[in-house]
Design a protein around this ligand. Sequence first.
Ligand code: ADP
Ligand code: MG
Length: 354
Amino acid sequence: MASVELRNLTKRYDKLAAVDDVSLRIEHGSLVCLLGPSGCGKTTTLRLIAGFVEPTAGEIVVGDRVVSSPARTVPPEARKMSMIFQSYALWPHMTIAENVAYGLTLRRLPREEIAKKVSGILATTRLADLAARYPGELSGGQQQRVALARALIVEPETLLLDEPLSNLDANLREEMRFEVRRLHDEYRYTTVYVTHDQSEAMTTADLIAVMNAGKIEQFGPPEEIYARPRSEFVARFIGSSNIVRGKALDSAHIMVAGVAVSCTGAALLAGCDAAISIRQHEICIERAEPAGDRHNVLPAIVARNVFLGHSRDYMVEIADGAQLRIVTSPEENIAPGAKVWLRLPAERCRVLEC
Ligand code: ADP
Ligand code: MG
């Protein structure tokens, strides 16, 4: 079983902790994405798992074997892992079939066995017709599939992918996401997939670990990370939420610009500074002053209104000067300067951890 477990893993470069006390368990056969902005430590984490980098502290356990610790590291070639880099580094002078066969040729497998495995993997990666071509004669997406085929043919227990689609154009990138997931479902190796792209992570992953400054901020299924971001960083990074600040009135109410707003999630502590997150499309804009219940209704002034075809993108300012971004249907055309009322549904106002 090739579960991969990181235990208090740290990698320092001088004063900088590129990976800072990270603990994470990746079950056998699952696909986990490390998602975060550039420089947050994703590649370093992956290189630690692969064995190209030695930890400063902590350890990595694969199955029941410690493969990395400050005292001892198992070399990359003895880890039963394949890693695919951002540049797929195919050998230009070899055909596609030769490129894909390379890992097996190194292992000196019988020629017939190699031929059988190569044709099998070329079929699953939809490259059979291209076997005799050279990498220079392939499109970016096809080259990417060759890199995948080459990594998979050695039957790794663990597959490590570092931003594998970032060299592809947008359409192809979308298509290849599904391809990566399909191949994972077919082979069921343990996969760690590094990306800075939220929708790439959502499409491919069973579980997402959101990273920020060397740490994991939240780990969970895509739906949970999206619906219940625990920190301001996760709320902003996943689905670009608004962050609304105020003072907690009691466990489930926060005072924002003079209005009591009921919210959901973790209990608040009365009197403390608090923040909630709410997504751009979850706020309703109303032109007329609402009669009756004023809970969760914030007066605001429209600062900007941009027509985007399928939607309209507003920036509005509430009484305490904070600005919120709101996406509405394109029909809702309200001029800048107009006074409006914002309705924030209580079940969409999620309390953030301080
Ligand atoms: P990501 O892949 O998320 O963009 P990296 O893991 O490449 O981030 O880098 C994390 C941090 O560690 C960055 O600040 C980077 O500059 C630093 N770093 C990475 N590798 C080295 C190295 N070999 N020497 C010094 N600093 C490094
Ligand atoms: Mg990187």
